[in-house]
Design a protein around this ligand. Structure first.
Ligand SMILES: Nc1nc2c(ncn2[C@@H]2O[C@H](COP(=O)(O)OP(=O)(O)OP(=O)(O)O)[C@@H](O)[C@H]2O)c(=O)[nH]1
Ligand SMILES: [Mg+2]
Length: 317
């Protein structure tokens, strides 16, 4: 077949397949700087879970921004980089971030403008080492006090990282300066045919998003180290004729003594998590929800490669 025959008709006619700017942007940073909050703010949906605790995100998650001019910015939220690499789950989290960086056209390194740290520097070094264009997002500007203190922070970043394609101050929480961030990123993306259908905002299915909403509520309610030993799997997700969603999910703990801690005295903690998760699921699924949760033990699952796979943490992040 000749080249002209193999081209899609629309391209031959020249109209809908006009080249647009589009590509992958890896969202990288130390834990808790606001990567997932930024992804959600850009997409306008609670796609990636957010808590005040570090190491909330465990896997890569894609969120596509479609701009009016047709450009498509595919942001890949990643887990904050872990120093404790001995645990297989942590290694998997770091690999997910590294892989996203490797696959990206542009790297967006997010830092907390209200407290820069040497850990940011190691993330930035890794980003520049990748050879890709790097944009620095200075997040949480709403927390910088007094407001004038932002200027020296930006100056310090500019002086230390002169190779950055742009440094954009922003507040993911307040949705401040997000358009400027997109404006800085678009020119760094390749041009070509559209990468995604216009209605696609993520690569994650509904079951994944449901499990994550439940894990978010657990992380918020649980104390100390326990949140890091929790996994959630969705065992049932069906919409009944009446329109009501029937959701059943297992909460996995690493040791039998953790079961009681998740359930709480008189079942109170699990009940609170259930109420909060149901509320979030009503929003996500767009209808009434019946939610059933139970707790199961899978001994030391975060250190066991096979258990990790079975609980949905594949090597692909
Ligand atoms: N004040 C303020 N807080 C923010 C902002 N962005 C995020 N936060 C808060 O910072 C905390 C961490 O946010 P996340 O979005 O979960 O951070 P993350 O970088 O994804 O964290 P990990 O997934 O653990 O690496 C949450 O309490 C957010 O509400 C911001 O612009 N301003
Ligand atoms: Mg996150």
């Amino acid at each position: 077949m000749s080249d002209s025959h193999s081209r899609p008709l629309a391209a031959m006619e020249g109209a809908p397949d006009e080249p647009v700017s589009g590509g992958f942007i890896a969202l990288i940073g130390r834990p808790n700087v606001g990567k997932s909050t930024l992804l959600n703010a850009l997409i306008g949906s609670r796609l990636s879970i957010v808590t005040a605790k570090p190491h909330t995100t465990r896997q890569r998650i894609l969120g596509v921004v479609h701009r009016e001019d047709g450009s498509q910015l595919a942001f890949v939220d990643t887990p904050g980089l872990h120093e404790r690499r001995s645990r297989p789950l942590n290694r998997l989290m770091n690999d997910a971030a590294r892989q996203a960086m490797h696959d990206a056209d542009v790297i967006l390194v997010l830092v907390d403008a209200s407290r820069l740290s040497e850990d940011d520097a190691s993330v930035l070094e890794a980003a520049f080492d990748s050879g890709r264009p790097v944009v620095i997002g200075a997040n949480k500007t709403d927390r910088v006090r007094p407001r004038d203190a932002l200027l020296p922070v930006l100056a310090e970043l500019g002086a230390r990282w002169p190779a950055a394609a742009a440094i954009v101050p922003l507040s993911a929480r307040r949705h401040d300066n997000l358009e400027r961030l997109l404006d800085a990123l678009v020119p760094l993306l390749p041009e070509g045919p559209a990468l995604f259908p216009p209605d696609m905002i993520t690569d994650r299915d509904l079951a994944y998003r449901v499990a994550e909403q439940i894990r978010e509520k657990l992380m918020i309610q649980l104390r100390d180290e326990l949140p890091y030993g929790i996994a959630v799997t969705v065992e049932q997700l069906v919409r009944e004729q009446s329109g009501r969603w029937q959701v059943a999910a297992a909460i996995w703990v690493e040791q039998s003594r953790h079961k009681g801690m998740v359930i709480g005295r008189g079942g109170q903690l699990l009940k609170t998590v259930g109420t909060q998760a149901r509320q979030a699921l009503i929003e996500l699924l767009g209808g009434p929800v019946h939610l059933e949760l139970w707790v199961q033990e899978r001994r030391d699952w975060s250190r066991d490669e096979r258990a990790l796979r079975e609980l949905g943490y594949s090597g692909e992040g």
